[in-house]
Design a protein around this ligand. Structure first.
Ligand code: NAP
Length: 394
């Protein structure tokens, strides 16, 4: 690895992408931006290119590429603009790249993230949907290529920090009894159940503790985010679903905990700011400044814990059932959720319909084995088709 690490940021225009660039900009002696990618916020991508001067930028289509290329030339930049999924995979696997931040939201991130994994890169995984969709194949690719996979989700990053370095020998072997995944409970933790029928996208996206993209904000409100994270934790740490317990912790100061057989419980704490796990993963096994202010325990005052209520949060049950079913079920759960969240954000369905739609999609299709990536994409496509039919039939 070169002295200055070359970093590709997939999803640079998003919340995680911007936090990553904030940390990188604090350490020019350690990191240089190799490539930045965007999808709809291309004016923002242009500004980021001027700030970080990457070798490549990636946009979704030829017309946007022509426009961005000419604007960057006019600004005196040598950045080359690439297009579409092929461009995303190229900047993930390029021989000059040391580290890839996988921060595209949803299934669209799977192929570029896998391209980075297969090329043996250090992969900072924010795009949990990729792992949920294709867990076994994804982890097999990590083993085969020798890629270094570091979790960015604050919960998984916390668990990683609380586990011993040799946890890959097996959780039971290293004395772990349970992994406790914390959840804030989102904006609707205390909303009367009857009122959930009419909550708006704006209310769902107003997370009490974290500032995030719109899809993950809705996932946090429905707690599907915690369901996806439970599946993600099983793959990352080779855990069984029953070894993962979700705990509502409204302050979002403890990011997760590991319970050992001798009665010790290790936790990682910090202010709710994604620059901490990003800086941790970028510099691992070293530590660097992230720009996050020190945790003031006196200001926090107290730490509360509650059991999640599955009547209020049916998505937690749906995710658990999909994890237990295995095969195509997690990919279908993920795809149905993506369609449902988008439909909710467009005000085509109510918040409470998200779980109903996902359950109907999962019930409509028997679980199938997924032995290759084609089967994952087939399950994803089938779930989107069924979700479309559900929407049309209302
Ligand atoms: N935000 C958080 O605090 C947080 C915490 C833990 C994990 N995560 C995970 O990190 C990922 C990103 O979350 P986020 O909150 O940063 O989301 P976000 O703000 O919505 O950003 C998503 C990024 O993906 C790009 N993108 C969207 N659709 C795409 C497509 N079809 N092809 C290529 N690029 C596409 C977006 O480009 P444009 O903006 O240009 O459209 C943007 O750069 C998600 O998987 C999320 O679950 C986020």
């Amino acid at each position: 690895m070169s002295a200055v690490q070359q970093v590709t940021v997939l999803g640079a225009t998003g919340s995680i992408g911007l936090s990553t660039l904030d940390v990188i900009a604090r350490h020019p002696e350690r990191y240089s931006v190799f490539a930045l990618t965007g999808f709809s916020r291309l004016a923002e991508l242009q500004v980021l290119c001027v700030q970080h001067r990457p070798r490549y930028a990636v946009v979704p289509d030829d017309a946007s590429a022509l426009e961005l290329q000419s604007n960057l030339r006019a600004a005196g930049l040598a950045t080359e603009v690439l297009v579409g999924e092929a461009g995303l995979c190229a900047v993930s696997a390029d021989a000059a790249v040391d580290c890839v931040m996988a921060a595209i939201v949803g299934a669209a991130g799977l192929k570029p993230t896998l391209a980075a994994v297969r090329a043996g890169k250090k992969v900072l995984l924010a795009n949990k949907e990729a792992l949920v969709m294709s867990g076994a194949l994804f982890m097999q690719a990590v083993k085969q290529s020798g890629a270094v996979l570091l979790p960015i989700d604050s919960e998984h990053n916390a668990i990683f920090q609380c586990l011993p370095g040799d946890y890959a020998r097996g959780l039971q072997t290293v004395g772990v009894r349970r992994v406790l995944l914390t959840a804030s409970g989102g904006p609707f933790r205390e909303t009367p159940l009857a009122d959930l029928e009419c909550v708006t996208p704006e209310q769902a996206c107003a997370h009490p503790n974290w500032s995030m993209g719109r899809k993950i904000s809705v996932d946090s409100a429905s707690m599907m985010n915690k369901g996806l994270e439970s599946i993600e934790a099983c793959w990352l740490f080779d855990a069984r679903p029953e070894q993962i317990e979700v705990v509502i912790h409204r302050q979002s100061v403890i990011h997760s905990l590991v319970d050992y057989i001798d009665g010790s419980v290790l936790a990682q704490l910090g202010n709710p700011d994604m620059r901490t796990p990003i800086a941790h993963a970028l510099a691992w096994p070293e530590r660097i400044d992230s720009g996050v202010s020190p945790l003031d325990l006196f200001a926090v005052g107290r730490l509360d814990f509650e059991r999640p209520d599955e009547q209020r949060f049916p998505c937690l049950r749906l995710a658990r059932e999909a994890a237990q079913a295995g095969g195509s079920a997690p990919a279908m759960l993920n795809a149905a959720n993506e369609v449902a969240v988008e439909a909710f954000l467009q005000r085509r369905i109510r918040f409470v319909d998200i779980a109903r739609m996902i359950e109907s999609v999962l019930n409509a299709q028997p679980v199938q084995a997924v032995e290759a990536l084609d089967a994952v994409f087939a399950a994803d496509a089938r779930a989107r088709e069924l979700a479309g039919q559900w929407l049309a039939g209302r």
